[in-house]
Structure formats: C-alpha cells, structure tokens
Design a protein around this ligand. Structure first.
Ligand code: RAM
Length: 544
C-alpha cells in the first residue's frame, strides 16, 4: 500500500513521495527463495474400499454414523439409473482430485447425465442440508458439485480439489432412452509429507499410539505446497497454524524446506511498514490477505524462525529474515503503556488478537505473556545470529514486563493472573504467563490448578489453545496432567471417530462452530495435529 504524501515545500514546489516499503530491496529475492523451496507433491492413486449407508444415531458424533453395506462392484456393475444414489468410502482422509468413468450399458447415449457429488470429512456433512445456508463463511466452501456429463468411457476428472473420506453421488438427470453405470472411481491424493516418521516405543499406551497416528495423518493432509490450515477450508498459510505445524514436522516428516518456503512467503508478502499479514495465498500468484494482521500471530513468526534455525542450523535464512523479526517486535512494543503493560488503547489502531475461538476470552494478560515469550525467543535468536547488540534493550523490557504484570495483573492471594477491567480468570491467561517464564514451576502449577478448577474460569475451545495449555503444563512439571489432558481431549476425538483432528472440539458440544454452521468447520485442521510433537518430544511422559 503506497501512501502518497504531498509535501509542500516553501510554497515553491509540490513534491510527491511514497511511504517507504521497508522490505523493498529484499521482497523479490525472498519470493524467489520461496519458489525455489516449493515441494514437488507426492501423488498417490487411491481407490474407494466399499459402499456405505448413513445411519442416524443420537450417540454418534453430530448424530450420524456410517455402516458398510456392499463392495464397490455393487456400484460399478449395476445401472446407476436404478441405483440413483451411492456413498463410497475411501477408508481414510484424502486430499486430492477425483476421477471416474461413465459407461453406457444399454442403447446409445442420446443426452448428457447430470450428477451431484458431495464430499465429506465427517458423516454429518453428508446428512445436514446445506441450504438455506446459515453460515458466516462462504457457502462455496461446502464440498458439493453438480456436473453435466456427455462424455462416456473417457476418464473424467472433477477440477476442484477435495478433502474428504466420504463421497456421495446422486443422480439428478438422465435420459429415458439409455442406461449407464459409474466405474473406476479414484482419488489422486497429494501431500508434501514424504519423510518417514519414527516408531514409538513399545511401552506407549495404545490410545497414545492412535492419537499419534491421527495427528500425523492430519499434518500430512495439511502439508501441500504450503502448510495449509485446512485442506477443505481455508486452504492457505496462517502464521499461527504454521508455527505449530512446523514444530510437529520437526518431530515427524522433517520437510524443513517447506518450513523455509513458508517463512520466505510470509516475509515477502508483508505490508510496506514491515508488519506480517496473518495469512497468505499461493495462487494465481503469491499474495497476502490484504489488511489482515493478527498481532499474536505476527509475533509467532519470530519463534517459528528460531525453531527452524535450531533444527536446521540454516543461518543464511535466519539472517536474511532477521529484519522481519525486529519489525514484529518493534511494532508490538508500540502498544506498551508507561507501566510496561500491553495496552491496545495506546495506539489509535484497530487490533486483532486471536488466541482462541472464544469471544468471552479477555486477551490482555495472554498478550502480555506472548509478548514476553516473543522477546525471550527473539533474544535467543539474536544470540545465535550475533545480533545482540542491535536489540540490547529487549531482555530488559522482557524483565520489566514481567515485573509490571506481577504488580498489576497478579493476585498473590489466589496465585493467578486476572485479565482486563473485569478481572477475568481464564486458563489461557495463566498459560501464556507460564510460557513467558514469569512464574516458577510451582507458582505455575498453582495458577493453572486454580484456573482449571474454578467454575467461573474461561476454558479453552480450540485445539490451538489446548496445545499451549499442554505446553504450559509440561513447563511447570505437571506431567501426569499433561498426559491425561492429551488423552482426554484428542482421545475424545478419536473415540468419536476422528480420522484427522478437528478445527474445534468441545467434548460437551459436538455442534460447536465459530461459523454458525458446523458442516463448514474444518475436520482436518493444522493446529490440531500437535499431539505427535508432544509424544515424540517428551517420550518420558507420553511413551510410557
Ligand atoms: C480460521 C482458521 C485458521 C486460523 C484462523 C485464525 O480461519 O481456522 O486455522 O488460524 O481462523
């Protein structure tokens, strides 16, 4: 965005200048480096395994389950005019393109055939009417397509990429003068997760083995030519999801080039003032979601780069992107008030903070914690890059922010941080202050226990937030609690039939949706794949 300033100089000339693009000299080469690191996708041809029927069951997740009724031949070898509808099961979640053939089986085709396809990640998606559509995101995300087909015998490929396990076919229109069958359905599934993952110790409890497997499936499906947040929706690179995915990748597929690509893409597509956009798209040419910035996400870029450097020792990339790290911190520090407390009212700018899909959550304390966490990680990065001199003040500011938070936000009697004007108690406030290093392990344990046990405390909603809760538990030595939570929460999804982990999950509400329509939720979601990271990184906790 070029802001044009008209500067009137001593009444003699009018000079036109542009607000400076802080990355002007680097953008081009950053984009080239992102392109050079673009993975070649692994393609696998997958066949459906059987036909299913939907069964209403109030005990099943969102009220629906699937039952096997026949093998694929009972579709392929019969008239589809008679059958009219079928549901095929691919047996696991896939991301890719569908091909099939139509074969005339009686008389000469004299008209096209009209078919409707619906693809679903979970059973209820096939059994909940999409229209009239009540959701707040585009109706077009829902995976139904109508095709009018005149080609017989040729392989037909549906252009749109789908993310699904179940495929429903319905007959909408056919000629009375000939019959036809559908055959040869295949999915060309794609992923950039090609590395071999490490086997878990034999002592690992079966439920954890299963959680690990589903986590890796989730990550694998989201690893395409960027780390997508969800292969069904939104199919783009979001910084918050990326931070977690790249860490799981470190402990699993080890495709570090994909991480490098995403770091460069985000940097190259930042705003002229240096701020990162919260999410970016790859096609038709790489571009950001213009004007969308999320401060907690922007700051997580710094930690992502630090983890990437520690894993790969790729100093060249880290040095190249160091200015981006500095700019994210500088921008965020502009929100500190005179008392070293993060305060959105300091700047007259609109500010989006995410942290969780929970409108009730007051994010003031969480933001204080995340900013300290970022300062600490950015200082670590500076040390590794010999850049300490450039950011000497960051370590001091981090300490001052901790001191200020303890003075203004901490209630020693209860041992917890309370957030905002309403003094709200939440689990996430404690989580981020623990991750910032403001509390000792025993103080952290106390704070978390109070926040977890209090009936008025705000609890996390998305797996994204649960990730940080487990991280905080491990940081303050609550190993058993961390293990139990991982088993209860992600194991809860496994017990309800998850092939891949879901974008939102609340054990008490199967129908929860941030978008006012649960079928548009993503059921293979990046930020939900992190159990594999915990399980591999902390074998003493999770593999025994
Ligand atoms: C949604 C997606 C994505 C997340 C953002 C904040 O669009 O779920 O994963 O990062 O929100």
């Amino acid at each position: 965005m070029k802001k044009t300033l008209l500067i009137l100089l001593t009444g003699l000339f009018i000079v036109t200048t542009s607000a400076r693009d802080v990355y002007q000299t680097q953008r081009h080469s950053w984009l080239e480096k992102a392109e050079a690191a673009k993975p070649v996708l692994l393609k696998t041809i997958c066949n459906p395994i059987c036909l299913l029927k939907s069964v209403h069951d109030s005990n099943a997740f969102q009220g629906w389950k699937m039952e096997r009724i026949a093998d694929m031949d009972s579709l392929y070898k019969v008239s589809f005019k008679t059958k009219k509808e079928a549901i095929a099961d691919f047996g696991r979640h896939l991301t890719g393109n569908i091909s099939f053939r139509l074969k005339a089986i009686d008389n000469t085709p004299d008209a096209p055939v009209r078919l409707k396809f619906t693809f679903a990640e979970v059973p209820a998606e096939l059994n909940t009417p999409f229209d009239p559509y009540p959701g707040v995101l585009s109706r077009a995300w829902l995976q139904d397509e109508i095709m009018t087909i005149s080609q017989f015998d040729d392989e037909i490929t549906i252009p749109r990429r789908f993310a699904f396990r179940y495929m429903k076919i319905e007959l909408l229109g056919a000629s009375p003068y000939f019959d036809f069958s559908i055959s040869g359905i295949t999915c060309t599934a794609t992923t950039s997760a090609i590395g071999i993952t490490q086997k878990l110790a034999d002592t690992t409890p079966p439920v954890i083995k299963e959680i690990n497997r589903v986590s890796l499936e989730t990550l694998k499906e989201c690893m395409q030519s960027v780390y997508e947040d969800g292969p069904k929706r939104d199919r783009r690179l979001w910084i918050g999801d990326f931070y977690l995915q790249s860490q799981v990748n470190t402990y699993s597929f080890k495709n570090h080039n994909l991480t490098k690509r995403c770091l460069y893409l985000l940097a190259a597509l930042a705003a002229d003032d240096g701020q990162l956009h919260a999410d970016v798209f790859e096609t038709p040419i790489p571009h950001p979601q213009l004007g969308v910035h999320c401060l907690d996400y922007s700051l997580l870029f710094n930690s992502t780069l630090l983890e990437y450097l520690k894993t790969t020792n790729d100093k060249e990339t880290a040095l190249d992107l160091w200015p981006v790290v500095q700019n994210q911190v500088k921008y965020a520090l502009g929100f500190l008030n005179g008392n070293n407390i993060f305060d959105p009212s300091v700047k007259k700018e609109s500010l989006w903070l995410f942290f969780d899909w929970n409108d009730k959550l007051d994010k003031t304390v969480a933001m204080q914690g995340l900013l300290i966490f970022t300062l600490n990680n950015s200082c670590q990065l500076a040390r590794l890059l010999n850049k300490e001199q450039e950011v000497k003040e960051w370590a001091t500011i981090s300490l001052q922010m901790i001191k200020a938070a303890k003075k203004e936000m901490f209630v020693p009697k209860q041992g917890v941080f309370l957030s905002g004007n309403q003094h709200q108690l939440s689990q996430l406030s404690q989580v981020w202050m623990i991750l910032s290093g403001a509390l000792t392990p025993s103080e952290g344990q106390k704070a978390l226990k109070v926040a977890i046990e209090s009936p008025i405390s705000i609890y996390p909603v998305a797996p994204y937030a649960y990730h940080y809760l487990i991280e905080a538990m491990i940081k303050c030595n609550m190993k058993n609690e961390a293990k139990k939570l991982l088993i209860d929460y992600w194991g809860g999804m496994v017990n309800k039939g998850a092939d891949t982990f879901w974008e939102v999950y609340d054990a008490k509400n199967d129908y929860l949706s941030p978008y006012s329509f649960y079928p548009v939720n993503s059921y293979c979601h990046a930020w939900s794949c992190t159990p594999a990271y915990f399980i591999q990184k902390y074998p003493d906790i999770f593999q025994k």
